[in-house]
Design a protein around this ligand. Structure first.
Ligand code: MRU
Length: 358
């Protein structure tokens, strides 16, 4: 990803200080702060407090968390894995990465675990970069085809995205935003960015990322998408996924489902970009996915920077207001036009998904 004109990843290992470095995403877009993770507790805190977030990045951070635990002689391995697994429930990449760690480390004598855990975390990190680049290439083909159909009648292709499925949600490139980055060279693109209440990942992260890459974009409130689709101002939706089940149901940030319904009503293609590591081959359908319930404060309060540059959190609601804050929802497979994966674009159905099973 480009940050102030320089290439940067969302996470990396710095051998000179033996630390895992992350961008603290809770401070963006107002401050670019790099934070060093030095222990299992640091890694768990970074995931649960959303300094890092996004399904693939959660998985990579967890793998590095296992390394930090092994380096600091934390024992037993099963408890280390359980502690990391408990940080966030919905994104399946967390479980996927931890299972890889278990498979590699369980059989090794304790003194060999630390270097092996580091090698594995770095391998998962670099795999993620290649996977996200491949997702982008496949998805760019979809946008080019759409643009060929539209270019006689309009001057740009309008893509709507929800939450942040960009480089900040992965190690680099992203999933949905990788599609945009890879197509941007030959398709004139404009991106509608849903603000994505309550945590506003669209407003604070996706807008920041797209601006860093010079991609034309406009921020909209979450409720505007349906209106824009109804009025032919959206040509295609591309979103990410935290967990996709064996039948093609897609679990993503809360509000994704409503966008898919609006897209279907307006006959607009709705694509989901995801790595195979976000597929839960064991779950038959989306109804069984654990949906994260987040704190009431995310809804009752809003955080931002005031005109003097000071970060403030202010209350939006009365003291007595009760809230319900599910972090994700499930979009049924029938509303999904296609799944854009590193292996190509496939249908959101059981046979196509089974063909990707490792
Ligand atoms: O709660 P978050 O910010 O971790 O949610 C992130 C999303 O919903 C993303 O769309 C999803 O993880 C896909 S990331 C490539």
């Amino acid at each position: 990803m480009q940050v102030n004109g320089n290439a940067m990843q969302s996470i990396w290992y710095d051998g000179s200080v033996d630390a895992v470095q992350i961008i603290d995403q809770t401070l963006l877009p107002h401050e670019l702060k790099i934070v060093a993770l030095l222990s299992l507790e640091d890694a768990c805190h970074a995931i649960s407090h959303m300094q890092v977030r996004g399904a693939p990045l959660i998985g990579v951070t967890a793998a590095y968390g296992v390394y930090l635990a092994m380096r600091n002689n934390a024992e037993p391995l099963s408890e280390v894995l359980a502690q990391l697994l408990a940080t966030r429930p919905t994104a399946v990449n967390l479980r996927w990465a931890l299972e890889r760690c278990r498979n590699t480390l369980d059989a090794l004598p304790i003194e060999q675990r630390s270097p092996a855990a580091l090698r594995l975390a770095q391998e998962i990190e670099q795999e993620d970069v290649a996977i996200c680049a491949a997702i982008g290439e496949h998805g760019a083909g979809v946008l080019r085809t759409l643009w060929q159909e539209k270019q006689g009648s309009q001057d740009r292709l309008n893509v709507l995205t929800h939450c942040n499925a960009g480089a900040l949600a992965t190690v680099d490139w992203g999933t949905a935003l990788s599609v945009i980055y890879k197509a941007a060279g030959d398709v004139p693109l404009h991106v509608w960015v849903d603000e994505t209440r309550p945590r506003n990942q669209g407003a604070s992260l996706t807008c920041w990322e797209l601006a860093q890459h010079g991609i034309d974009h406009t921020l909209i409130v979450d409720n505007a998408g349906g209106h824009l689709m109804q009025n032919q101002r959206v040509d295609v939706c591309v979103v990410g996924s935290d967990r996709t089940t064996a039948n093609g149901d897609v679990c993503n940030k809360i509000g994704t489902y409503l966008k898919a319904l609006a897209a279907q009503a307006s006959d607009i293609p709705f694509y989901v970009a995801l790595p195979v590591s976000s597929i839960d081959f064991e779950l038959a359908s989306g109804g069984d996915i654990p949906i994260e319930e987040r704190s009431a404060r995310e809804i009752t309060h809003i955080q931002g920077v005031d005109d003097t540059g000071i970060t403030r959190s202010v209350r939006l609601t009365g003291e007595q207001t009760t809230v319900c804050n599910p972090g994700f929802d499930v979009t049924p497979a029938k509303l999904v036009t296609g799944l854009i994966t590193e292996a190509g674009v496939i249908a959101a159905n059981a046979p196509a998904i089974a063909s990707l099973k490792p």
